[in-house]
Ligand binder design. Sequence first.
Ligand SMILES: [Fe+2]
Ligand SMILES: [Fe+2]
Length: 396
Amino acid sequence: MYDQNERAFEELQEIIHLNESIIKRYLGSQINRREIYSLILDKILRGEGCGLPLGPTYAIIAYKESNRGKLIGHVYKRKNNKVETVLRNVDFGIDFKDILCGNENDIYWSNFTHNKETLDEFQTSFNNVLKIVIGEPITNYLAHKIETLEKHGIVIVFNYEKMVSVFDSLVFKGYVTAFESFEIAKEQIRDRDLAHLEVFTRIQMLAEKKDPATTGKHIERVRNYSKVLAEEMSRWEKYREQIDEEFISQIYKSAPLHDIGKVGIPDKILNKEDKLTVEEFTIMKEHTLIGREVLKDSERLKMACDIALCHHEKYDGSGYPFGLKADNIPLSARIVSLADVFDALSTKRPYKEAMDFDTVKNMLIADSGKHFDPDVVLAFCKREKDIRKIMMKYAE
Ligand SMILES: [Fe+2]
Ligand SMILES: [Fe+2]
């Protein structure tokens, strides 16, 4: 009894730690399905209580994409106390009942017991696919459905090294709840991100109405160029810490807002086809500061604010509004700055013709370390093919 209590205490602690570490990852927006799944599976399959390997040997996680869809899932195994993925994307059939041995409850388990039937007879309660993927006689199992806002699934574990008990089912339920809360959070974060993107795009559409240079295609090209450049740099050791998945998704959302401050610039300056006078240019430069006013003081719009304020700064300190130099210019703004200038030069505007790709590329190279961050120019050269593709895809 003492051992049982001690084990219960340990399991409870494990479940609490697991949920805490998942919540920490939500807060950092670093939701990576593979990482979370291996974290949870490690707990389920490790299954040690008071130093004894009491957990199951196999686990299956399968989901249905729709009501009529098939149950597709992966098979995992504990080997030397490590979790291995043994099979991916196995088709377990259409009906939950097939895989659940006709059982419709949320959670259930069964043990093979010698006095009732033979081991062979016990195997007849399982679906053929299941028997093949497990590849050894099933002696017991525990199953729990996973219900999220959009998905229906199941986690099944097999072959505990002892009889499965009510206690095991409760521990298992604790872990399955972690899967459910992760999936629900993931769905909600995706919806939230889509809503943000939508709002960002609408705000930008408003600015487009005012500025003839800021067409919808310009916005699409600049956000895609910026994304490719950031992706390229994220692979370099130097930027591994700074540019993660979140940075790339943020720059894609934020780049379109670089000229949002132009809403505050008089039409006669914005629409002027001749060269601006010194006074007019001074007013024009204010679009960076107006952009900051519109976007400041919001954690979600932090990158958009940096970009709007600093996309006309130059690497050598000769830009505006502050004359910031090199690393003092936010990285996001250094990337968008090159994307924006490249697009301005390589496309036709009311006051000028388009230049060809190679001419513009050579201009960027010549301006490396002056106007542009040399690393961003290097990323541009490395991803020339992708840049050309974007240019073609969103041509006017
Ligand atoms: Fe601008
Ligand atoms: Fe622009």
